[in-house]
Write a protein that binds this ligand. Structure first.
Ligand SMILES: C=C(O[C@@H]1C=C(C(=O)O)C=C[C@H]1O)C(=O)O
Length: 125
């Protein structure tokens, strides 16, 4: 049977890495790439929400929606074996950035820099 320490690159510590860690890292890299793509799509979508809110004079934050999302995500996290508190903090990290964007969009709108036609939402581009 092949020695799992064979052919593994030697890291700075001088201790060789088991081949299984290298395989796991490859999966981690794929997951990280997927997360970045998902976040990019989410921010494109929330950008459009921010533009529509600014045009309609709606506030950046929606506390009722926030409460619903938190309950929903915590319940999903529990079922998935993820710490619900972590899920809530992760959501908060993202949404606070979304609200910052919305406030900037609203300020630009108020300053007259976003007047004119809004393009149709295209979540696939
Ligand atoms: C995107 C919205 O605006 C804010 C950002 C949210 C989000 O990123 O999920 C949710 C609610 C709002 O606080 C929205 O109202 O849907």
């Amino acid at each position: 049977m092949a020695d799992p320490y064979d052919e593994a690159p030697v890291p700075e510590s001088g201790r060789p890495l088991p081949a299984e860690i290298l395989a796991l890292r490859s999966t981690i890299d794929n997951i990280d790439a997927a997360l970045v793509h998902l976040l990019a799509e989410r921010f494109k979508t929330t950008q459009r929400v921010g533009e529509l809110k600014a045009r309609g004079g709606l506030p950046a934050a929606d506390p009722q929606r926030d409460r619903q999302q938190i309950e929903r995500l915590k319940s999903i996290a529990l079922g998935a074996g993820l710490d619900p508190e972590f899920a809530e903090q992760f959501r908060e990290f993202i949404v606070s950035e979304v609200i910052r964007h919305h406030e900037r969009i609203a300020a630009e709108h108020a300053a007259g820099r976003r007047l004119g036609e809004l393009p149709p939402l295209d979540t696939y581009s």
